[in-house]
Write a protein that binds this ligand. Structure first.
Ligand SMILES: Cc1ncc(C[n+]2csc(CCOP(=O)(O)OP(=O)(O)O)c2C)c(N)n1
Length: 681
């Protein structure tokens, strides 16, 4: 593509690039600037600086490059655009409106940041059609974009160029690149040579506190190059330079970062280039001055018809490509097509239930005394062939997490078809990339790390929960039961802190059968992320009879009934369930009838109808909770007068059986706690 001097370019409705004058480009970009400053002014809050500064980049990208059909924002082969700097949300809302989004109307822009509008303070993918992911916590967007680019390459390897062949673009600010997560994301993308990933860095040198020189002196171009990227610096207000850099990036064999030098708040007479334009309304006088400077004479929220026409044409530019793609999908072999479409819808294959049943049958025939992490691998041996969209991984703990089955090939730059990702020691980058893969569609990602490192993933897990994304985190070594590695590695508060996240299912299975049931629930949790907390140490198989029902689906159930009316109910999770069953025997020997309830998932249990919950909690006068973790959260089950056997502080380094004795988490102590509540001690 060659551009005439002093002209930019815009695509016609057939997707071809035709010359556009610089004046036309400027007016199109100014439409974004005007909408952003007017909407922020009307809302009396928001961030005008970024949209005004990055308007030229967005105009070039959306009018010349983005393969996008505004009429079908879910088209699977569209290019993805991630506004990593979510505070600049008015950029994406303005663009969606200008492109012709039916949802993002001018009324919505006028209601920016108001209750019930689809133009929230930060972009939310579950609220605004056309927004690919929820951003705002800086650095998450670039992490998601890496996941989307991984998903694209993986599905391309499976379904071919005709069906999956698109780019992922992300606009990042200084803040995105200062966040630690960006390093993990960049390093992973460079290593995997994700050449269809293009980062547009809004290099304006300004953050909230003032000039970046207050806190940063990184050479971002060198940094990206060191991570295996192409990187260059351009004038972010020169449409030709932007177009040339993107064109070059598209033919690169590496991911590309384009540092676009921009002026924050471009056009504002006194605030441009200053942090004062970052995050507050410009004010009436400044806006008046900006209109004059930009030569924009329209009243607020009005776009001249010719500019709107050009923008609307850009919204249609990939329509023909979309139609061609539809034809290619229609021509696919029926089974391949059905598989592709099923995966993109997020439906599970019918083979899943067969696989689950097989695993349960095997376990009923040959019970296994194994750690739940080993049970996980055992389940995965059947699940991986049955559910082709599962893509696993580990943050450098593959052998400990047991997330890789024997047949799984590693994904690499040389072969993206591999279904196991060596994420490296990058838990946060892993969790953000998994969110991106799920958002892309066609993949169910699962991870591996130690439970205690959930904290390193937490911001991304929280966003997965907010967005309602099916990502599955396998987190092993889930208590003091990991033993000698000691308190740095022994989670005590982690389960409680994860349970505090709304819409996150935290599973802690007690044996091999519960492990496969929890896997099934995690896979079926279409709009809910899951954590599977698994043990390092072996556990007996308590569930010995084949039961086709998924008992864990209730969140809690009676695993060992009392022989007569129970005086004591013992509630436990994971490794402590077998200990509770031992305590039940000790109590029986003392003439006290107890029942044991396994609680593999608090969230499912606490969300169950009240009658079901009451039935499981039962009416035994004494309730005891057992979990090798802190009590927080348990009162919802055992009540504030219930007894709790668990941890009150950090663990220690020793063989695990010694630790259970040392911290008093034993069958004897559980029995003692029950007897004491009964007044028998
Ligand atoms: C993780 C995280 N920390 C802090 C913030 C609050 N915050 C919003 S924007 C911003 C930095 C603004 O600088 P920059 O990223 O360069 O954006 P620009 O000023 O160019 O709009 C900060 C600290 C955030 N959104 N996310």
């Amino acid at each position: 593509m060659t551009l005439k001097n002093s002209s930019a370019a815009v695509a016609d409705t057939h997707g071809e690039v035709v010359p556009m004058s610089r004046t036309e480009h400027d007016r199109m970009a100014n439409a974004i600037r005007a909408l952003a400053m007017d909407a922020v002014e009307q809302a009396k809050s928001g961030h005008p600086g970024l949209p005004m500064g990055a308007a030229d980049i967005a105009t070039v990208l959306f009018t010349q490059f983005l393969k996008y059909d505004i009429a079908d924002t879910k088209w699977p082969d569209r290019d993805r655009f991630v506004l990593s700097a979510g505070h600049g949300s008015m950029l994406i809302y303005s663009v969606l409106h200008l492109l012709g989004s039916e949802a993002v109307t001018i009324e919505q822009l006028k209601n920016f940041r108001k209750l019930g509008s689809i133009t929230a303070g930060h972009p939310e993918n579950f609220v605004t059609p056309g927004v690919e992911t929820t951003t705002g916590p800086l650095g998450q967007g670039i992490g998601n974009a890496v996941g989307m680019a991984i998903a694209e390459r993986h599905l391309n390897a499976e379904f071919g160029n005709d069906i999956v062949d698109h780019h992922t673009y992300t606009l990042c600010s200084d803040g995105d690149l200062m966040e630690g997560i960006s390093q993990e994301a960049i390093a992973l993308a460079g290593h995997l040579k994700l050449n269809k990933l293009i980062v547009l860095f809004d290099d304006n040198g300004i953050s909230i506190d003032g000039p970046l020189s207050l806190s940063d002196s990184v050479d971002q171009v060198k940094r990206f190059e060191a991570a295996g990227w192409n990187a260059s610096r351009i004038d972010g207000h020169d449409p030709q330079a932007i177009a040339a850099a993107i064109t070059k990036a598209k033919s690169s064999d590496k991911p590309t970062m384009i540092a676009c030098k921009t002026t924050i708040g471009y056009g504002a007479p006194t605030k441009a280039g200053k942090s004062s334009s970052h995050g507050s309304p410009l004010g009436a006088d400044e806006i008046k001055g900006a209109r004059e400077k930009l030569g924009w004479n329209e009243p607020p929220f009005q776009i001249p018809a010719d500019i709107l026409t050009m923008w609307r044409a850009a919204g249609q530019r990939a329509k023909a490509a979309h139609k061609e793609w539809d034809k290619r999908v229609a021509a696919m072999p029926a089974d391949k097509r059905a598989d592709f479409e099923r995966r993109m819808r997020g439906d599970l294959p019918g083979t899943l239930n067969t696989a689950i049943r097989q695993v349960k049958e095997t376990l009923a025939k040959e019970p296994k005394e194994i750690a739940t992490r080993i049970a996980c691998e055992f389940a995965l041996e059947s699940l991986i062939p049955a559910v082709p969209e599962m893509v696993g991984g580990s943050a450098d703990l593959t052998g400990s997490n047991n997330t890789r089955t024997k047949s799984m090939k590693a994904m690499s730059a040389a072969d993206y078809s591999g279904r196991f990702i060596h994420y490296g020691i990058r838990e946060h980058g892993m969790a953000a990339a998994m969110n991106g893969m799920t958002l892309h569609g066609g993949i169910i990602p699962y991870s591996g790390t130690f439970l205690v490192f959930a904290d390193y993933c937490r911001p991304s897990i929280r966003l997965a929960a907010l967005m309602g994304e099916r990502v599955i985190h396998v987190m092993t070594h889930d208590s003091i039961g990991l033993g000698e590695d000691g308190p740095t590695h022994q989670p005590v508060e982690t389960l409680a802190s994860l349970r505090a996240i709304p819409n996150l299912n935290v599973f802690r299975p007690c044996d091999a059968v519960e492990t496969v049931e929890c896997w099934q629930l995690a896979l079926e949790g279409r709009e809910t992320p899951s954590v599977l907390a698994l043990t390092r140490q072996n556990l007996p198989q308590l569930r010995r009879n084949l039961d086709e029902r998924n008992k864990c689906a209730a969140g809690a159930y009676e695993i060992s009934p009392a022989s007569v009316a129970a005086q004591v109910s013992i509630f436990a999770t994971g490794s402590e369930v077998s200990l509770a069953v031992e305590a039940q025997k000790l109590l029986a020997a003392k003439g006290v009838a107890a029942r044991v309830v396994s609680v593999p998932c608090f969230e499912l249990f606490l969300n169950a109808p009240e009658a079901a919950r009451k039935a499981v909690i039962g009416d035994a006068p004494v309730k005891v909770g057992v979990e090798a973790a802190v009590r927080q959260g348990w009162d919802a089950i055992i009540g504030s007068d219930g007894a709790f056997v668990g941890m009150t502080g950090f663990g220690a380094s020793a063989p695990y059986k010694d630790l259970y004795n040392h911290f008093g988490i034993t069958a004897e102590k559980v029995a003692e706690a029950a007897l004491s509540k009964l007044g028998k001690r």
